[in-house]
Design a protein around this ligand. Sequence first.
Ligand code: AMP
Length: 384
Amino acid sequence: MADEAGLTPGAAGRIGVLGGGQLGRMLGLAGLPLGFSFLFLDPSADACAGSVGDLIQAGFSDPEAARKLAAAVDVATFDFENVPEATARAIQSTCPLYPAANALGAGQDRSAEKALLTRLGIQVPPYHEVSSRTDLLEGLDRLGYPAILKTRRLGYDGKGQALLRDPEDRERAWQKLGDSDLVLEAFIPFEAECSLVAVRGQDGEIRAWPLTRNVHSNGILKLSLPGVFDQALQSMATGKMSALMEHLDYTGVLTIEFFLVGGELLVNEFAPRVHNSGHWTIDGASCSQFENHVRAIAGLPLGGTGMTEHSLMFNWIGEMPDRRRALQISGLHWHDYAKSPRPGRKIGHATLTAPSLEDLQAKAVDLARIAGGEFPALLETIFD
Ligand code: AMP
């Protein structure tokens, strides 16, 4: 079992995960072959990670449940960044928690997150804190239209946001979000959205996967394509990542989402965890984000982050396309999270792999046709 330094290097053990969604499930699927077992904590009795480990059904603010998890595992982590910082601190007082509570807290408030990045010399979109109608007017005077009003806490996948195109939208946005603390951001006319997923070991070694181009629709990630940006951009992104990871004395996988505009990378947000835009690493990289997160928190050597083939990930939101038809495409890797379908819910993804970008694009056209909906149109934007 655990000693003060955490797991005995090289020895398998039990990993606790706060959150039992698809990210926890994929952490489990990556950690089981390394010999680890998993204990998840999630409010839902049918949390989909429950099929790859044991499950404590409890809320994230339940201190008794957090203590129970901490007492039963060698090391703990999370698959969900909105775990209350107090719960993370309670766990940390009993067993090692990676990333640590300070890193979890750093990204939970959009305004504090932007202030931290700015202090570290990392550029973010111009923003203005808003807690009153007067602040909103001041912010719009300063930033102009269009602008995006966002809740400071608990927003994700475009939730808790309102786009203000002109003064007509102001009152509607205030009615929708005015009950929360807010931040107003300048709307960035980006050329592309991209993300960097990286891992830092307990010894401070940092490895980053290739920068990944992302296409969103209605605030939700739909497509991720790694390996299409040049080395200069990769180095720029990795420099920002290293500054943040070192400042937080981070252990595990961290993701930064960027807007690419005029050759610059502005940070939209960071997530102290494995990320949807890194799912392609399961099938397209030497070592996946999930396996490397497990390796990092267990104090094991990190695996390679290079691409083994060209990859493209399709995210299945609310419904999955016909599996039998999709599996006819060679190089298709299917991931069903075993969650019941509901509009807007992430229920699975598929990654296509191919030896060349041309081959990948041809396969992607086939898969987009099978998936239907907006996929054929979105595909055109990612390969342009
Ligand atoms: P978020 O929940 O902050 O990651 O936002 C979801 C999506 O909304 C992003 O991936 C972008 O596509 C879009 N978005 C958010 N903030 C901005 C911004 N300041 N300028 C332009 N688009 C944005």
